[in-house]
Design a binder for this molecule. Structure first.
Ligand code: SF4
Length: 181
């Protein structure tokens, strides 16, 4: 269940955070289901997932307005595309608390949804006066990487091939084994 900080099974396996929508949870802004069954079923055999949806857990509804990142006076803001509401502080405040709670779990990795203004590692749209880029980091992904710089973190798009998943799992188990020593 989203936000419970509880792994999805009770067998002792490395704990890996994951964007809730990739597990098929109904949390997307448009109500679409984006289950990634390869991750859920294949990786779910060897790790226990901790489901996190920054937008729903910080209080947003399903459905909700789409949002993008905008550079305003040198700062990155997350703003709704229709009504222009700035949601940055809501997510940033929630993220501090959430990351405090996640720090107690000894997470060994995190898989994040691509192109999201909250979850993307390096593929979110970023608008500025000069250009539209598509290589931005979402607000939660940025906070996560700053708080846990040693954590293996990948977008789901970086885990499409068996070789990519194998490399990620190796990094997860390296951290898992070092934490158990
Ligand atoms: S991409 Fe992140 S914020 Fe968006 S629905 Fe998925 S988990 Fe929630």
């Amino acid at each position: 269940m989203t936000g419970a900080e509880t792994p999805t099974d009770s067998v002792v396996k490395p704990l890996v955070g994951i964007s809730s929508c990739l597990l098929g949870e109904n949390v997307r802004y448009n109500g679409e289901i984006k289950l990634n069954s390869v991750l859920k079923d294949e990786l779910g055999e060897i790790v226990s997932f901790v489901s996190v949806c920054p937008e729903v857990e910080s209080g947003m509804s399903v459905p909700r307005e789409p949002m993008d990142l905008f550079v305003v006076n040198g700062n990155t803001r997350m703003v709704t595309l229709e009504s222009g509401r700035d949601m940055t502080q809501l997510v940033a405040t929630w993220a501090v608390e959430k990351l405090n709670r996640l720090s107690e779990l000894n997470l060994c990795g995190f898989i994040l949804k691509a192109r999201s203004p909250s979850c993307a590692v390096n593929s979110a749209k970023v608008h500025s006066e000069l250009q539209l880029r598509t290589d931005g980091a979402g607000l939660f992904a940025s906070a996560l990487r700053k708080r846990f710089p040693y954590l293996p973190v990948e977008e789901e798009e970086g885990l499409k091939t068996a070789a990519q998943r194998e490399r990620f799992i190796q990094r997860v188990f390296n951290l898992y084994n070092s934490l158990r020593r």
